[in-house]
Ligand binder design. Structure first.
Ligand SMILES: Nc1ncnc2c1ncn2[C@@H]1O[C@H](COP(=O)(O)OP(=O)(O)OP(=O)(O)O)[C@@H](O)[C@H]1O
Ligand SMILES: [Mg+2]
Length: 232
């Protein structure tokens, strides 16, 4: 079943004629040089940014044919977005930041927040102030926040960009466990090792898909070879 699809999507010189299909339970990476439009593409696919031409279909809905409130409903219920530069609320503690977008504010969701923290290597961090967390710790709090409503589609923009190896591995293992539960993940990354956890890699150059790699062997060296084929 396809849960996320774009058909010939274009945006004013930034995104050129992108068509992609992501199946339920698939874990796909987007790679490509800085400025190639990776973040823009994620924003378009999630309905955060508009586009000029083409169609985006998410959870069975054509984004250009639905009302604004229906879009926010889809985003709240289905999409978890991990931003490249996540902003946390400095006045409240870690767990309150995570529970901020929570749809139900019950004890069990607090427990889920704490479980997510533990899986991300931040067990016991719930009552800490976010002000003196490291960049990588902040990034993981933002990942937990994006996952609090159990979104079935996760769009993550360089979720390991500020993480060390251990934390990157923990984050990818969390993503794999979410995939096993049937969630769909589309992740931007610059890191071949991180990308090697995904099923498929799309390579963006100047706003277009320049190549695609089926990563069924989960072999980091094969990923590196694929990436090397784009070097000039
Ligand atoms: N709203 C906008 N209007 C005009 N140009 C934009 C806009 N947003 C981004 N850009 C430009 O579009 C290009 C693609 O930006 P984008 O952030 O999508 O790249 P990226 O692939 O995510 O890069 P990075 O790897 O550095 O995060 C860049 O040249 C950027 O400066
Ligand atoms: Mg980006």
């Amino acid at each position: 079943m396809i849960v996320l699809e774009s058909r010939n999507v274009s945006k004013e010189g930034l995104i050129k004629n992108i068509s992609l299909k992501i199946n339920k339970g698939e874990f796909v990476s987007i790679m490509g040089p800085s400025g190639s439009g990776k973040s823009t593409l994620l924003y378009i696919l999630s309905g955060i940014e508009s586009f000029d031409e083409g169609e985006v279909i998410i959870a069975g809905k054509d984004l250009s044919r639905i009302r604004k409130n229906e879009l926010s409903d889809i985003r709240r219920k289905h999409i978890g977005f991990v931003f490249q530069n996540p902003e946390l609320i400095p006045e409240v503690n870690v767990i309150s930041n995570i529970l901020l977008p929570a749809l139900s504010n019950k004890r069990e969701i607090k427990q889920r927040g704490e479980e997510l923290l533990a899986k991300l290597g931040l067990a016991g961090y719930q009552n800490r102030s976010v002000n003196n967390l490291s960049g990588g710790e902040k990034q993981r709090v933002a990942i937990a926040r994006a996952l609090i409503n159990m979104p079935d589609i996760i769009l993550a923009d360089e979720p390991t960009g500020a993480l060390n190896q251990t934390a990157s591995k923990e984050t990818m293992e969390l993503f794999l466990s979410l995939k096993e539960m049937g969630n769909t993940i589309l992740m931007v990354t610059h890191d071949a090792k991180v990308a090697s956890y995904s099923d498929r890699i799309l390579y963006l150059v100047d706003g277009s898909i320049a190549g695609e790699f089926n990563n069924s062997n989960r072999d980091e060296n094969e990923v590196r070879e694929f990436l090397a084929s784009f070097r000039w």
